[in-house]
Design a binder for this molecule. Sequence first.
Ligand code: BJ8
Length: 425
Amino acid sequence: MNDDYKKMWGGLGLDLQAHDMLLEVLGKAYRDIYLAQKDRPEGMGYFDFVMSEVHGLRIKELMNEKEAGRKIIGSYCVFVPEEIILAGNATLVGLCAGADFAMEEVEKLLPRNTCALIKSTFGFKLGKVCPYLEVSDMIVGENTCDGKKKAYESLNDIVSNLYVMDIPQMKTDLGRSLLKAEYYRFKETIENLTGVAVDAANLKKGIEIVNNKRKAVHRLSKLRKADPAPISGLDALLANQVFFYDNPARFTESVNKICDELESRVEKKAGAFPEGAPRILMSGCPMAVPNWKLPWIVETAGAVIVGEESCVGERGTRNLIDNSGNTMDELMEAIVDRYFNIDCAIFTPNPDRLNHIIEMYEEYGADGVIHYGLQFCQPYLMESIPVEKALEKRNIPTLRIETDYSMEDIGQLKTRVEAFVEILK
Ligand code: BJ8
Protein backbone atom coordinates (compact mmCIF):
# COMPACT_ATOMS: atom_id res chain seq x y z
CA MET A 1 0.00 0.00 0.00
CA ASN A 2 1.23 3.45 -0.91
CA ASP A 3 3.01 5.00 2.11
CA ASP A 4 1.70 8.47 1.25
CA TYR A 5 -1.83 7.19 1.58
CA LYS A 6 -1.05 5.60 4.95
CA LYS A 7 0.28 8.93 6.14
CA MET A 8 -2.82 10.69 4.83
CA TRP A 9 -5.21 8.22 6.51
CA GLY A 10 -3.23 8.45 9.75
CA GLY A 11 -3.42 12.23 9.56
CA LEU A 12 -7.20 11.98 9.19
CA GLY A 13 -7.34 9.95 12.40
CA LEU A 14 -8.27 6.61 10.82
CA ASP A 15 -7.57 3.37 12.62
CA LEU A 16 -5.04 2.03 10.13
CA GLN A 17 -5.39 -1.59 11.10
CA ALA A 18 -9.17 -1.58 10.93
CA HIS A 19 -9.03 0.42 7.71
CA ASP A 20 -6.67 -2.12 6.09
CA MET A 21 -9.12 -4.83 7.03
CA LEU A 22 -11.99 -2.91 5.44
CA LEU A 23 -10.04 -2.35 2.23
CA GLU A 24 -9.17 -6.02 2.07
CA VAL A 25 -12.80 -7.09 2.40
CA LEU A 26 -13.91 -4.46 -0.09
CA GLY A 27 -11.24 -5.50 -2.60
CA LYS A 28 -12.21 -9.14 -2.35
CA ALA A 29 -15.92 -8.40 -2.73
CA TYR A 30 -15.16 -6.26 -5.77
CA ARG A 31 -13.08 -8.99 -7.41
CA ASP A 32 -15.65 -11.70 -6.68
CA ILE A 33 -18.69 -9.68 -7.71
CA TYR A 34 -17.54 -7.15 -10.30
CA LEU A 35 -14.42 -8.50 -11.94
CA ALA A 36 -15.96 -11.96 -12.20
CA GLN A 37 -18.63 -10.66 -14.59
CA LYS A 38 -18.32 -11.52 -18.28
CA ASP A 39 -18.55 -9.22 -21.31
CA ARG A 40 -18.25 -5.95 -19.42
CA PRO A 41 -18.01 -2.72 -21.40
CA GLU A 42 -14.41 -1.53 -21.67
CA GLY A 43 -15.42 1.83 -20.22
CA MET A 44 -16.05 0.13 -16.88
CA GLY A 45 -12.25 0.15 -16.54
CA TYR A 46 -12.65 3.74 -15.34
CA PHE A 47 -15.01 2.68 -12.54
CA ASP A 48 -12.73 -0.23 -11.60
CA PHE A 49 -9.97 2.33 -11.21
CA VAL A 50 -12.19 4.67 -9.18
CA MET A 51 -13.11 1.82 -6.86
CA SER A 52 -9.50 0.72 -6.45
CA GLU A 53 -8.67 4.31 -5.44
CA VAL A 54 -11.88 5.15 -3.59
CA HIS A 55 -10.04 5.79 -0.30
CA GLY A 56 -6.78 6.77 -2.01
CA LEU A 57 -6.59 9.09 -4.98
CA ARG A 58 -10.07 10.60 -4.49
CA ILE A 59 -9.29 11.46 -0.87
CA LYS A 60 -5.96 12.92 -1.95
CA GLU A 61 -7.82 15.12 -4.45
CA LEU A 62 -10.20 16.28 -1.73
CA MET A 63 -7.28 17.05 0.57
CA ASN A 64 -5.69 19.08 -2.22
CA GLU A 65 -8.96 20.97 -2.68
CA LYS A 66 -9.00 21.73 1.03
CA GLU A 67 -5.44 23.01 0.89
CA ALA A 68 -6.50 25.32 -1.90
CA GLY A 69 -9.21 26.72 0.39
CA ARG A 70 -12.22 24.75 -0.84
CA LYS A 71 -14.63 23.18 1.67
CA ILE A 72 -15.91 19.59 1.58
CA ILE A 73 -19.52 18.84 2.48
CA GLY A 74 -20.66 15.30 3.32
CA SER A 75 -24.28 14.23 3.00
CA TYR A 76 -26.60 11.26 3.52
CA CYS A 77 -29.50 12.17 1.29
CA VAL A 78 -30.37 13.24 -2.26
CA PHE A 79 -32.33 16.19 -0.86
CA VAL A 80 -29.08 18.04 -0.19
CA PRO A 81 -28.68 20.32 -3.23
CA GLU A 82 -25.24 19.95 -4.81
CA GLU A 83 -25.92 23.03 -6.98
CA ILE A 84 -25.82 25.37 -3.95
CA ILE A 85 -22.69 23.67 -2.62
CA LEU A 86 -20.84 24.07 -5.94
CA ALA A 87 -21.99 27.68 -6.20
CA GLY A 88 -20.41 28.33 -2.79
CA ASN A 89 -17.07 26.91 -3.99
CA ALA A 90 -17.44 23.66 -2.07
CA THR A 91 -17.53 19.97 -3.03
CA LEU A 92 -20.23 17.46 -2.11
CA VAL A 93 -19.48 13.85 -1.22
CA GLY A 94 -21.90 11.07 -0.29
CA LEU A 95 -21.42 9.50 3.13
CA CYS A 96 -23.95 6.66 3.13
CA ALA A 97 -22.27 3.34 3.60
CA GLY A 98 -23.30 -0.14 2.62
CA ALA A 99 -21.40 -2.38 5.02
CA ASP A 100 -21.59 -3.38 8.68
CA PHE A 101 -18.70 -2.17 10.79
CA ALA A 102 -17.98 -1.92 14.54
CA MET A 103 -21.47 -3.23 15.28
CA GLU A 104 -20.81 -3.83 18.96
CA GLU A 105 -19.91 -0.16 19.43
CA VAL A 106 -22.85 0.94 17.28
CA GLU A 107 -25.36 -0.97 19.37
CA LYS A 108 -24.22 0.92 22.44
CA LEU A 109 -25.59 4.08 20.80
CA LEU A 110 -28.44 2.85 18.64
CA PRO A 111 -31.20 0.30 19.19
CA ARG A 112 -30.60 -3.07 17.60
CA ASN A 113 -33.63 -2.68 15.37
CA THR A 114 -32.24 0.27 13.42
CA CYS A 115 -31.81 -0.04 9.65
CA ALA A 116 -28.40 -1.14 8.36
CA LEU A 117 -27.84 2.16 6.53
CA ILE A 118 -28.00 4.21 9.72
CA LYS A 119 -25.99 1.65 11.70
CA SER A 120 -23.34 1.68 9.00
CA THR A 121 -23.06 5.48 9.27
CA PHE A 122 -22.26 5.11 12.95
CA GLY A 123 -20.05 2.07 12.42
CA PHE A 124 -17.82 3.88 9.94
CA LYS A 125 -17.43 6.79 12.35
CA LEU A 126 -16.91 4.74 15.51
CA GLY A 127 -14.61 2.27 13.74
CA LYS A 128 -12.58 5.20 12.30
CA VAL A 129 -12.53 3.77 8.78
CA CYS A 130 -14.20 6.40 6.58
CA PRO A 131 -11.87 9.07 5.17
CA TYR A 132 -14.84 10.87 3.53
CA LEU A 133 -16.37 11.52 6.94
CA GLU A 134 -13.08 12.78 8.33
CA VAL A 135 -12.29 14.97 5.35
CA SER A 136 -15.69 16.71 5.51
CA ASP A 137 -15.74 20.27 6.84
CA MET A 138 -19.48 19.98 7.37
CA ILE A 139 -21.75 16.94 7.58
CA VAL A 140 -25.35 17.49 6.52
CA GLY A 141 -28.06 15.38 8.08
CA GLU A 142 -31.73 15.71 7.17
CA ASN A 143 -35.04 15.11 8.86
CA THR A 144 -36.36 12.40 6.59
CA CYS A 145 -37.26 9.10 8.26
CA ASP A 146 -37.63 8.90 12.06
CA GLY A 147 -34.57 6.66 12.27
CA LYS A 148 -32.25 9.20 10.68
CA LYS A 149 -33.87 12.16 12.40
CA LYS A 150 -33.29 10.74 15.87
CA ALA A 151 -29.94 9.15 15.03
CA TYR A 152 -28.53 12.57 14.08
CA GLU A 153 -29.11 13.67 17.67
CA SER A 154 -26.69 10.93 18.76
CA LEU A 155 -24.37 11.51 15.80
CA ASN A 156 -24.06 15.08 17.00
CA ASP A 157 -22.31 13.74 20.12
CA ILE A 158 -19.57 12.02 18.12
CA VAL A 159 -18.94 14.56 15.33
CA SER A 160 -18.29 18.27 15.72
CA ASN A 161 -19.63 19.57 12.42
CA LEU A 162 -23.19 18.34 11.94
CA TYR A 163 -25.82 20.54 10.30
CA VAL A 164 -29.41 19.30 10.11
CA MET A 165 -31.76 20.29 7.31
CA ASP A 166 -35.50 20.00 7.83
CA ILE A 167 -37.40 18.21 5.05
CA PRO A 168 -41.19 18.38 4.57
CA GLN A 169 -43.27 15.23 4.89
CA MET A 170 -46.21 16.28 2.70
CA LYS A 171 -46.38 17.56 -0.86
CA THR A 172 -48.42 20.63 0.02
CA ASP A 173 -47.83 24.35 -0.55
CA LEU A 174 -46.73 24.53 3.05
CA GLY A 175 -44.30 21.67 2.49
CA ARG A 176 -42.85 23.38 -0.55
CA SER A 177 -42.41 26.65 1.39
CA LEU A 178 -40.57 24.77 4.11
CA LEU A 179 -38.18 23.24 1.58
CA LYS A 180 -37.56 26.62 0.00
CA ALA A 181 -36.87 28.24 3.37
CA GLU A 182 -34.52 25.38 4.27
CA TYR A 183 -32.62 25.75 1.00
CA TYR A 184 -32.17 29.49 1.66
CA ARG A 185 -30.95 28.71 5.20
CA PHE A 186 -28.57 26.14 3.71
CA LYS A 187 -27.28 28.67 1.17
CA GLU A 188 -26.45 31.08 4.01
CA THR A 189 -24.72 28.31 5.97
CA ILE A 190 -22.58 27.43 2.94
CA GLU A 191 -21.75 31.11 2.43
CA ASN A 192 -20.69 31.44 6.07
CA LEU A 193 -18.57 28.33 5.84
CA THR A 194 -16.79 29.16 2.60
CA GLY A 195 -16.85 32.96 2.68
CA VAL A 196 -18.14 32.89 -0.91
CA ALA A 197 -21.42 34.62 -1.73
CA VAL A 198 -23.80 32.42 -3.72
CA ASP A 199 -25.09 34.61 -6.54
CA ALA A 200 -27.11 34.01 -9.69
CA ALA A 201 -23.99 33.57 -11.84
CA ASN A 202 -22.27 30.89 -9.74
CA LEU A 203 -25.60 29.19 -9.01
CA LYS A 204 -26.31 28.95 -12.73
CA LYS A 205 -22.90 27.36 -13.20
CA GLY A 206 -23.57 24.90 -10.34
CA ILE A 207 -26.92 23.95 -11.89
CA GLU A 208 -25.28 23.40 -15.26
CA ILE A 209 -22.61 21.08 -13.81
CA VAL A 210 -25.13 18.93 -11.94
CA ASN A 211 -27.61 18.94 -14.84
CA ASN A 212 -24.83 17.61 -17.09
CA LYS A 213 -24.05 14.89 -14.59
CA ARG A 214 -27.71 13.90 -14.48
CA LYS A 215 -28.04 14.05 -18.27
CA ALA A 216 -25.17 11.55 -18.57
CA VAL A 217 -26.88 9.06 -16.24
CA HIS A 218 -30.20 9.59 -18.05
CA ARG A 219 -28.40 8.66 -21.25
CA LEU A 220 -27.00 5.54 -19.58
CA SER A 221 -30.46 4.56 -18.29
CA LYS A 222 -32.02 4.97 -21.71
CA LEU A 223 -29.51 2.57 -23.26
CA ARG A 224 -30.51 -0.09 -20.76
CA LYS A 225 -33.93 -0.25 -22.43
CA ALA A 226 -32.39 -2.32 -25.26
CA ASP A 227 -32.67 -6.10 -25.38
CA PRO A 228 -30.09 -7.47 -24.85
CA ALA A 229 -29.24 -4.91 -22.18
CA PRO A 230 -25.79 -3.57 -23.11
CA ILE A 231 -24.60 -3.32 -19.50
CA SER A 232 -25.27 -5.37 -16.38
CA GLY A 233 -27.34 -3.96 -13.55
CA LEU A 234 -24.33 -4.36 -11.25
CA ASP A 235 -22.17 -2.15 -13.49
CA ALA A 236 -24.93 0.45 -13.90
CA LEU A 237 -25.44 0.45 -10.13
CA LEU A 238 -21.74 1.11 -9.65
CA ALA A 239 -21.93 4.15 -11.93
CA ASN A 240 -24.90 5.38 -9.87
CA GLN A 241 -22.92 4.84 -6.66
CA VAL A 242 -19.82 6.63 -7.96
CA PHE A 243 -22.13 9.56 -8.86
CA PHE A 244 -21.88 10.55 -5.18
CA TYR A 245 -18.08 10.51 -4.85
CA ASP A 246 -16.41 11.51 -8.05
CA ASN A 247 -15.44 14.89 -9.42
CA PRO A 248 -18.67 15.88 -11.26
CA ALA A 249 -17.10 16.95 -14.57
CA ARG A 250 -14.89 13.87 -14.77
CA PHE A 251 -17.81 11.61 -13.85
CA THR A 252 -19.96 13.16 -16.59
CA GLU A 253 -17.23 12.63 -19.16
CA SER A 254 -16.63 9.00 -18.11
CA VAL A 255 -20.33 8.09 -18.19
CA ASN A 256 -20.74 9.72 -21.61
CA LYS A 257 -17.75 7.74 -22.86
CA ILE A 258 -19.31 4.51 -21.64
CA CYS A 259 -22.57 5.51 -23.35
CA ASP A 260 -20.74 5.92 -26.68
CA GLU A 261 -19.50 2.37 -26.29
CA LEU A 262 -22.93 1.10 -25.21
CA GLU A 263 -24.53 2.70 -28.26
CA SER A 264 -22.37 0.59 -30.52
CA ARG A 265 -23.08 -2.49 -28.40
CA VAL A 266 -26.81 -1.87 -28.81
CA GLU A 267 -26.35 -1.58 -32.58
CA LYS A 268 -24.46 -4.87 -32.68
CA LYS A 269 -26.95 -6.44 -30.28
CA ALA A 270 -24.06 -7.23 -27.96
CA GLY A 271 -25.03 -7.44 -24.32
CA ALA A 272 -24.00 -8.32 -20.84
CA PHE A 273 -26.73 -10.98 -20.89
CA PRO A 274 -28.29 -12.96 -23.76
CA GLU A 275 -31.27 -11.50 -25.58
CA GLY A 276 -34.51 -12.50 -23.87
CA ALA A 277 -32.95 -12.85 -20.40
CA PRO A 278 -35.56 -11.98 -17.75
CA ARG A 279 -35.48 -8.25 -17.04
CA ILE A 280 -35.87 -6.92 -13.51
CA LEU A 281 -36.70 -3.50 -12.16
CA MET A 282 -35.34 -2.97 -8.65
CA SER A 283 -37.31 -0.65 -6.42
CA GLY A 284 -36.91 0.52 -2.85
CA CYS A 285 -34.18 1.58 -0.41
CA PRO A 286 -30.93 3.08 -1.68
CA MET A 287 -27.92 0.77 -2.12
CA ALA A 288 -24.70 2.45 -1.00
CA VAL A 289 -21.20 1.09 -1.74
CA PRO A 290 -20.43 -1.80 -1.15
CA ASN A 291 -23.99 -3.06 -0.89
CA TRP A 292 -24.09 -5.28 -3.97
CA LYS A 293 -25.60 -8.39 -2.34
CA LEU A 294 -29.08 -8.49 -3.88
CA PRO A 295 -28.11 -7.33 -7.42
CA TRP A 296 -25.37 -9.97 -7.42
CA ILE A 297 -27.88 -12.68 -6.42
CA VAL A 298 -30.33 -11.53 -9.11
CA GLU A 299 -27.78 -11.40 -11.89
CA THR A 300 -26.07 -14.67 -11.00
CA ALA A 301 -29.56 -16.21 -11.18
CA GLY A 302 -29.58 -15.30 -14.88
CA ALA A 303 -31.78 -12.18 -14.84
CA VAL A 304 -30.59 -8.71 -15.78
CA ILE A 305 -31.46 -5.60 -13.78
CA VAL A 306 -32.54 -2.89 -16.21
CA GLY A 307 -33.38 -0.05 -13.82
CA GLU A 308 -33.33 1.11 -10.21
CA GLU A 309 -36.25 2.98 -8.70
CA SER A 310 -34.00 4.14 -5.87
CA CYS A 311 -32.12 7.18 -4.65
CA VAL A 312 -28.97 5.46 -5.90
CA GLY A 313 -30.68 5.34 -9.27
CA GLU A 314 -33.54 7.10 -10.99
CA ARG A 315 -35.34 8.50 -7.93
CA GLY A 316 -32.17 10.34 -7.06
CA THR A 317 -31.19 11.51 -10.51
CA ARG A 318 -34.32 12.12 -12.57
CA ASN A 319 -35.52 15.59 -13.58
CA LEU A 320 -33.21 18.45 -14.53
CA ILE A 321 -33.30 21.97 -13.13
CA ASP A 322 -34.59 24.76 -15.34
CA ASN A 323 -31.53 26.96 -15.74
CA SER A 324 -33.23 29.78 -17.65
CA GLY A 325 -33.81 32.12 -14.69
CA ASN A 326 -31.57 35.12 -14.17
CA THR A 327 -32.21 36.13 -10.59
CA MET A 328 -31.33 34.29 -7.40
CA ASP A 329 -34.98 33.77 -6.56
CA GLU A 330 -35.85 32.39 -10.00
CA LEU A 331 -32.98 29.92 -9.79
CA MET A 332 -33.77 28.93 -6.19
CA GLU A 333 -37.42 28.37 -7.22
CA ALA A 334 -36.25 26.11 -10.03
CA ILE A 335 -34.04 24.16 -7.61
CA VAL A 336 -36.96 23.71 -5.19
CA ASP A 337 -39.20 22.59 -8.10
CA ARG A 338 -36.84 19.77 -8.96
CA TYR A 339 -36.12 18.52 -5.47
CA PHE A 340 -39.73 18.75 -4.33
CA ASN A 341 -40.53 16.09 -6.95
CA ILE A 342 -38.40 13.45 -5.22
CA ASP A 343 -40.85 10.76 -4.22
CA CYS A 344 -39.11 9.33 -1.16
CA ALA A 345 -41.28 7.07 1.00
CA ILE A 346 -41.01 9.54 3.90
CA PHE A 347 -43.76 11.56 2.15
CA THR A 348 -47.38 10.91 2.94
CA PRO A 349 -49.33 10.17 0.88
CA ASN A 350 -46.83 9.22 -1.82
CA PRO A 351 -48.72 8.19 -4.97
CA ASP A 352 -46.03 9.52 -7.33
CA ARG A 353 -43.65 6.75 -6.38
CA LEU A 354 -46.05 3.99 -7.40
CA ASN A 355 -46.71 5.77 -10.69
CA HIS A 356 -42.98 6.06 -11.26
CA ILE A 357 -42.44 2.33 -10.62
CA ILE A 358 -45.12 1.44 -13.17
CA GLU A 359 -43.73 3.96 -15.66
CA MET A 360 -40.22 2.51 -15.28
CA TYR A 361 -41.50 -1.07 -15.52
CA GLU A 362 -43.11 -0.26 -18.86
CA GLU A 363 -40.36 1.95 -20.27
CA TYR A 364 -37.52 -0.43 -19.49
CA GLY A 365 -39.40 -3.47 -20.78
CA ALA A 366 -39.09 -5.17 -17.39
CA ASP A 367 -40.65 -8.58 -16.77
CA GLY A 368 -40.91 -8.18 -13.02
CA VAL A 369 -40.22 -5.93 -10.05
CA ILE A 370 -38.15 -6.76 -6.99
CA HIS A 371 -38.95 -4.50 -4.08
CA TYR A 372 -35.93 -4.16 -1.85
CA GLY A 373 -36.49 -3.02 1.72
CA LEU A 374 -33.88 -2.79 4.42
CA GLN A 375 -34.93 -4.49 7.63
CA PHE A 376 -36.38 -1.96 10.11
CA CYS A 377 -36.84 0.71 7.41
CA GLN A 378 -40.39 1.73 8.20
CA PRO A 379 -41.07 4.07 5.26
CA TYR A 380 -40.08 1.61 2.50
CA LEU A 381 -41.31 -1.55 4.22
CA MET A 382 -44.67 0.06 4.96
CA GLU A 383 -44.94 1.25 1.39
CA SER A 384 -43.86 -2.10 -0.05
CA ILE A 385 -47.17 -3.78 0.80
CA PRO A 386 -49.49 -1.36 -1.09
CA VAL A 387 -46.90 -1.20 -3.88
CA GLU A 388 -46.89 -4.99 -4.23
CA LYS A 389 -50.71 -5.11 -4.17
CA ALA A 390 -51.00 -2.37 -6.81
CA LEU A 391 -48.43 -4.03 -9.08
CA GLU A 392 -50.01 -7.45 -8.79
CA LYS A 393 -53.39 -5.95 -9.61
CA ARG A 394 -51.81 -4.93 -12.91
CA ASN A 395 -50.40 -8.46 -13.35
CA ILE A 396 -46.85 -7.25 -12.79
CA PRO A 397 -44.89 -10.07 -11.11
CA THR A 398 -43.46 -8.71 -7.87
CA LEU A 399 -41.10 -10.07 -5.26
CA ARG A 400 -40.81 -8.34 -1.92
CA ILE A 401 -37.42 -8.72 -0.24
CA GLU A 402 -36.49 -7.57 3.24
CA THR A 403 -32.83 -7.90 4.14
CA ASP A 404 -29.80 -6.20 5.70
CA TYR A 405 -26.05 -6.03 5.05
CA SER A 406 -25.18 -9.39 6.59
CA MET A 407 -24.45 -12.49 4.52
CA GLU A 408 -26.51 -14.76 6.73
CA ASP A 409 -29.58 -14.82 4.52
CA ILE A 410 -27.79 -15.36 1.20
CA GLY A 411 -28.98 -18.97 0.83
CA GLN A 412 -32.59 -18.08 1.52
CA LEU A 413 -32.48 -15.03 -0.78
CA LYS A 414 -30.96 -17.08 -3.59
CA THR A 415 -33.75 -19.64 -3.37
CA ARG A 416 -36.45 -16.98 -3.48
CA VAL A 417 -34.84 -14.97 -6.27
CA GLU A 418 -34.13 -18.05 -8.41
CA ALA A 419 -37.75 -19.17 -8.06
CA PHE A 420 -38.93 -15.68 -9.08
CA VAL A 421 -36.59 -15.59 -12.10
CA GLU A 422 -37.89 -19.03 -13.18
CA ILE A 423 -41.45 -17.66 -13.21
CA LEU A 424 -40.35 -14.80 -15.47
CA LYS A 425 -38.63 -17.04 -18.04
S1 BJ8 B 1 -34.66 10.84 -0.29
S2 BJ8 B 1 -34.64 7.34 0.41
S3 BJ8 B 1 -31.65 9.26 0.39
S4 BJ8 B 1 -34.13 9.69 2.98
S5 BJ8 B 1 -33.23 2.85 4.67
S6 BJ8 B 1 -32.22 5.64 6.58
S7 BJ8 B 1 -35.39 5.69 4.84
S8 BJ8 B 1 -34.90 3.65 7.73
S9 BJ8 B 1 -32.29 6.40 3.05
FE1 BJ8 B 1 -33.08 8.11 1.79
FE2 BJ8 B 1 -33.10 10.71 1.27
FE3 BJ8 B 1 -35.37 9.31 1.18
FE4 BJ8 B 1 -33.55 8.99 -0.66
FE5 BJ8 B 1 -34.44 5.69 6.89
FE6 BJ8 B 1 -35.17 3.57 5.50
FE7 BJ8 B 1 -32.86 3.53 6.77
FE8 BJ8 B 1 -33.23 5.15 4.65
